[in-house]
Design a protein around this ligand. Structure first.
Ligand SMILES: [Zn+2]
Length: 200
């Protein structure tokens, strides 16, 4: 298909590298750029490059940060540094933060364990978490990985590596349906799950 459209094929191949972009949407996105004004496309590219230049990851929790080593949570004096909520992705962090009821800090793993897709412990921010916990400031860890097989396996793995640590450990409980994704849940459900967390 589109054998005579080499530039279009190249555009599609590039878009196919973007994870989470469903294959049928790749063509829609490609056409979107093509029917847009050249100025709009240039602006899009500029914002993308500027973002890459100016946005980084917090050295402690791997949340986003701009022009600073620490993110707004890790550098805030109002957040309780003794409680760490472990999430898979930034999307999950935003979902919990949007509830407004959590005053601790976070740790973003960058995904969940999935050996079949080649995602092992070394692919995630697990070692930095364990190192952080060994420093002694953290007293409680809340596992807020998604209630999927991958999320559960990730929490279990980290839990097994924390056996020698004297920490209060809990897991999000009621309100989070099995197989669901925190990033797509409403505030009330997440608030309930957070307040109703159970010991691990
Ligand atoms: Zn941080």
């Amino acid at each position: 298909m589109f054998a005579d459209l080499q530039h279009f094929q190249r555009l599609v191949r590039q878009l196919q590298k973007v994870p989470f972009l469903a294959s049928k949407n790749v063509y829609r996105v490609a056409v979107y750029f093509l029917i847009n004004d050249k100025k709009e496309v240039e602006q899009f590219c500029k914002v993308l490059l500027d973002s890459k230049e100016n946005i980084g990851f917090c050295k402690v929790c791997f949340n986003l940060t701009e022009k600073a080593d620490l993110c707004s949570f890790c550098s805030s004096t109002k957040r309780d540094k003794s409680i760490v909520c472990v999430v898979e992705t930034l999307h999950d962090l935003f979902a919990i933060e949007n509830c407004g009821g959590y005053s601790g800090v976070y740790h973003v793993l960058g995904g969940a364990l999935c050996p079949l897709d080649g995602v092992g412990p070394d692919s995630l921010n697990i070692e930095p978490l364990l190192k952080r916990l060994r420093l002694g400031e953290v007293k409680e860890v809340i596992f807020a990985t998604n209630p999927t097989p991958e999320g559960e396996a990730t929490a279990s793995y980290i839990f097994s590596r924390m056996k020698d640590m004297q920490l209060a450990i809990s897991r999000l409980a009621s309100g989070v349906p099995i197989g669901s994704n925190l990033g797509f849940m409403d505030r009330v459900t997440i608030s309930k799950a957070l307040s109703g967390r159970r010991p691990y």
